[in-house]
Design a protein around this ligand. Structure first.
Ligand code: ADP
Ligand code: TYD
Length: 193
C-alpha cells in the first residue's frame, strides 16, 4: 500500500487533483481509497461549524482536529492499510502543523496531540500564491480564509518542505491539466508503474 497526502493552502487545488489522481490510478487497475480531513463525520462536522466563528479558542480547534484525526487513523486508515493499493488523503497532520501553529499553538504540543498518526509515503504540496486562493475562493468562508493568513501558510508550507524528502512541491498556479500531468509523473516515477 502507498499512502499519499495532499497539502496546500485553501483553494490550491487539492480536492481537484486528488480526485484526478484517484481516477488515473483506478484506470491503471489500482484499488484506491480516497479520504479527506476534516472528515464528514460528527467531529469533522463540528469543526466545520466552529471554524466559521472567531471565538472558539485555538487550542480547542487544535484538539478537535487531532480528535478527528485519531478517528480517521484508527477507524479508516489502519483497518484499510492492506486492503488498497493506494490511500489518498486530502489534508492530514501537516495542515494542523501549519494552520494551528500559525494560530499560535505550540508546535511541540501540536505534535504531541497528533502522535497517533501514521506516516505517509509521499506528501504532495500544491503551492499557489495567496492571490490565487483569493481568485478561486473569495475570502472569509472560515476563519483561516483571509489573505494575510494564507500568505503565511504558503511560506510555512514551503519552509516545512525543506525539512523532509517526503514532500514534493508542485507549482499549482498552472492549468488543472498541467498540474495533473506533473503529479501523475511524480507518482509514476516514485512508485514505478
Ligand atoms: P482545495 O481543495 O485545495 O481547497 P479545490 O480543488 O477545491 O481546492 O479548488 C478550488 C477552486 O479552484 C475550485 O473552484 C476549482 O475548480 C478551482 N481550481 C482548481 N485547480 C485549479 C487550477 N489549476 N487553475 C484554476 N482553478 C483551479
Ligand atoms: P475545508 O473546507 O475542508 O478546506 P479546503 O477545501 O481548503 O481543504 O476546511 C478545512 C479548513 O480547516 C481549511 O481552512 C484548513 C483547515 N484545517 C486546519 O486548520 N487544521 C487541520 O488539521 C485541517 C485538516 C484543516
Amino acid at each position: 500500500m502507498v499512502f499519499i497526502v495532499f497539502e496546500g493552502i485553501d483553494g490550491s487545488g487539492k480536492t481537484t487533483q486528488v480526485k484526478l489522481l484517484e481516477k488515473y490510478l483506478v484506470s491503471k487497475n489500482k484499488s484506491v481509497l480516497l479520504t479527506v480531513e476534516p472528515q464528514k463525520k460528527p467531529i469533522g462536522n463540528l469543526i466545520k461549524n466552529l471554524v466559521r466563528f472567531n471565538d472558539t479558542p485555538k487550542e480547542a480547534i487544535a484538539l478537535l482536529f487531532a480528535a478527528d484525526r485519531v478517528d480517521h487513523v484508527k477507524n479508516t486508515l489502519i483497518p484499510n492499510l492492506d486492503e488498497y493499493d493506494f490511500i489518498l488523503c486530502d489534508r492530514y497532520y501537516y495542515s494542523s502543523y501549519i494552520y494551528q501553529s500559525l494560530q499560535g499553538c505550540e508546535e511541540k504540543w501540536i505534535e504531541e496531540i497528533n502522535k497517533y498518526m501514521i506516516e505517509p509515503d509521499l506528501i504532495i504540496l500544491i503551492d499557489v500564491d495567496a492571490d490565487d486562493f483569493l481568485k478561486r475562493r473569495g475570502e472569509n468562508k472560515v476563519i483561516f480564509e483571509n489573505m494575510e493568513f494564507q500568505k503565511k501558510a504558503k511560506e510555512k508550507y514551503l519552509e516545512f518542505a525543506k525539512t523532509t524528502k517526503k514532500v514534493v512541491v508542485i507549482d499549482g498556479s498552472r492549468s488543472v491539466d498541467e498540474v495533473y500531468n506533473n503529479i501523475m509523473g511524480v507518482v509514476n516515477e516514485k512508485f514505478n508503474f
